[in-house]
Ligand binder design. Structure first.
Ligand code: WT7
Length: 647
């Protein structure tokens, strides 16, 4: 990165929407005024995008703040809205999913096919004893059955908890345990870079200690041998593929739990973020339509996220399907079998809307513009970015090399907790600046405040907060209402505190500056420093550990760990490898530190708090900031001498 976060806000380039784009845009600037004039009326209008089995009596009940109820008294079926209603509307033969496997033939699944497959899975889950309110854990690769599994859960009112397939058995176990899941849905294995990798063994290991799990439902994907527990394990092809393919969608209360999704907080214990039905689907549907300017009849949409993250929930499953979109789902990695794989997919399926993460764009930049240049990318008309701040250099590359200079780029800021997009340009209305998420979407209140919670003006910086409840907001942390209040609503009680730093430029556009808490963002994935520290100290060789996120050219941040070894343990490359592996085992490969530095001491304040700021200075090879608040200011010399850094 030749540009740093500090100078982002001096960016002066700006790209207004082209007249051609404006002419066909789904919305005009009036949408901002409409929403501002009557916010709740605006959301009520957006909720009309959905089919309700019973209308609501009140748009928002905020009397028990910060616990919101949206569309009070309303009833709907999320699954019906995402699948059946399109069939009822005569769109059964429209492609819902174009599945591109890592290798082999693509498969097209129409909305009519999807209806049958979801019905079968719903019938099978019911047969297995899953009832409304029961939790189902889903631990699967990017295959259509993962989407079918989520929708089947939604259909019978069983909240799903999708756990990213890259997480370890240990991480899966703690999530299953916290949600007290009754059933786990998984696969025998997954294809990764041309070979098959097992997945079910991690489930076997995880559920060994989870008495709540009664059944494990297994999709055969790779065909590799797996261990089998006759009492507990059932094959998808035995119970789902043979189940009746009709199922009457039940409706549920607007506030019925739809899913739990775990995300890292500032402690070692991940938070189970709870989302419910009516408000969540309203905002997922509205933002997917408006921010992507979706034309469901003609667009081919592709979101490259994994269903294990919230982006996969809102912008692969619920947003696009509720809008009747046609989308590509890709199983594999961008470099298998070659580094042009994504662009080959865009060309082959004539993808028109592409939604991806800055880390991917920076990786493609490194691989070189000559690779995408070999493919016809002229079908693209809109590009999206999510997950971390996008540096202007990557933004311009995305625009020029991938978008041919003609596609608007929507940089969308949101979180697992917000459920759907909150800050983003509207491509047919708002100008775009390279690196800015621009402004709050219509209906959303976002403000930047200082330490005292006072809003700052143009040119000012501080903390990003959300000033109004929104339909897809989290309804809490599973099983821990107090943590919900403490984490998000205690710093300034009238505001939701997102944990991000931000600033306005002179025009009032919003620039996100990254997390201000002990949460790292590695390739758009949220990982807490404490979680990695706990993993490290659970290894017998480690006495103490401190972890920081250091700027990384490709992944945004890279994990750098400082460890103190127990007495008598020898430092060495094998030990460092062993510790990396151990973190992979405790959390998952994405949490493996980029660098582990063995040090004699850690910098602490007099009250014993580790000063991560100084460790970041070391990790980024910078001269040290203020060391006077350290209990022992000579410690930093000791650390640097030990590392031979010498600066
Ligand atoms: C954190 C949320 C939103 C889905 C993927 C990540 C960072 C997200 C942006 C953006 C700058 C962004 C924030 C946020 N973030 N989008 N467009 N610009 N930063 O979801 O794991 O819940 O992480 O990702 O720091 O708080 P998540």
């Amino acid at each position: 990165m030749t540009d740093t976060l500090e100078n982002l806000a001096t960016e002066s380039r700006s790209f207004p929407p082209s007249p051609e784009f404006v002419a066909q845009s789904n919305v005009t600037a009036a949408i901002y005024d409409e929403a501002a004039a009557d916010r709740l009326g605006f959301w009520a209008e957006q909720a009309q995008r959905l089919d309700w089995a019973q209308p609501w009596t009140e748009v928002l009940d905020w009397s028990d703040a910060p616990f919101a109820k949206w569309f009070v008294g309303g009833r709907l079926s999320v699954a019906y809205n995402c699948v059946d209603r399109h069939v009822d509307n005569g769109l059964g033969s429209r492609a819902a999913i174009i599945f591109e496997p890592e290798s082999g033939e693509a498969e097209t699944i129409t909305y009519a096919d999807l209806q049958k497959r979801v019905s079968q899975a719903a019938n099978a889950l019911t047969e297995l004893g899953v009832e409304a309110g029961d939790r189902v854990a889903i631990y699967m690769p990017m295959i259509p059955q993962a989407v079918v599994a989520m929708l089947a859960c939604a259909r019978i009112g069983a909240p799903h908890s999708v756990v990213f397939g890259g997480f370890s058995a240990e991480a899966l176990r703690s999530r299953i345990e916290d949600a007290e899941a009754k059933v786990v849905i998984t696969t025998d294995g997954q294809f990764r870079r041309g070979s098959s990798m097992p997945l079910k063994p991690a489930v076997d290991e995880a559920v060994e200690h989870c008495p709540t799990v009664q059944k494990v439902l297994v999709v055969r994907r790779t065909g590799d041998d797996v261990a089998w527990n006759d009492e507990r394990d059932v094959w998808w092809h035995d119970v789902v593929a043979t189940a009746p393919d009709t199922h009457e969608a039940q409706d549920f209360d607007a506030e019925h739990p739809l899913f739990i999704l775990y995300t890292s907080g500032t402690t070692g214990k991940p938070k189970g973020i709870l989302h419910t039905s009516g408000g969540y689907l309203t905002q997922a549907s509205y933002t997917h339509n408006t921010v992507f300017d979706l034309k469901p009849e003609t667009d081919v949409y592709w979101c490259t996220a994994d269903i294990g993250w919230v982006t996969g929930h809102s912008y692969i499953v619920y947003g696009p399907l509720s809008n009747g979109a046609t989308q590509v789902i890709y199983e594999g990695t961008p470099d298998t079998p070659h580094k042009g794989r994504w662009w080959e997919i865009v060309q082959k399926h004539k993808v028109s809307i592409l939604y991806t993460a800055p880390t991917a764009i920076r990786t493609f930049m490194k691989w070189g513009a000559d690779i995408p240049a070999q493919y016809d990318l002229s079908s693209l008309r809109l590009l999206g970015s999510v997950g971390e701040p996008i540096n202007p250099e990557a933004w311009m590359w995305y625009r020029d090399v991938i978008g041919g200079g003609r596609c608007p780029i929507v940089d969308t800021w949101w979180q697992t907790e917000t459920g759907a997009m909150m800050i983003s340009p509207l491509p047919g209305v708002t100008e775009c600046k390279p690196g800015s998420a621009m402004r709050a979407l219509p209906g959303i209140g976002a403000v930047i405040v200082d330490d005292h919670g006072e809003p700052v003006g143009p040119g000012g910086g501080g903390y990003l907060v959300l000033s109004e409840p929104w339909p897809s907001m989290l309804r809490g942390i599973w099983g821990d209402p107090q943590r919900y209040k403490d984490t998000y609503w205690s710093r300034w009680p009238q505001y939701y505190f997102a944990g991000d730093g931000a600033k306005y430029d002179e025009d009032g556009a919003i620039w996100l500056l990254g997390r201000v808490d002990d949460v790292m963002n590695v390739s758009g994935h949220r990982i807490s420093t404490t979680e990695v520290e706990s993993a490290l100290v659970s290894h017998p060789a480690v006495a103490e550990a401190a972890v920081v996120g250091a700027t990384d050219e490709t992944t945004g941040q890279g994990i750098v760990a400082f460890v103190i070894l127990r007495g008598g343990i020898e430092d060495g490359p094998e030990l460092v490898q062993e510790l990396r592996k151990h973190v992979g085992h405790e959390i998952g490969p994405i949490a493996k530190p980029r660098q582990i530095l063995v040090v004699p001491e850690l910098p602490k304040t007099r009250s014993g708090k580790i000063m991560r700021r100084l460790l970041r200075d070391v990790a980024e090879n910078r001269s040290l900031g203020d060391v006077t608040t350290l209990a022992d200011p000579t410690i930093m010399n000791l650390i640097q001498q030990g590392l031979g850094a010498g600066n």
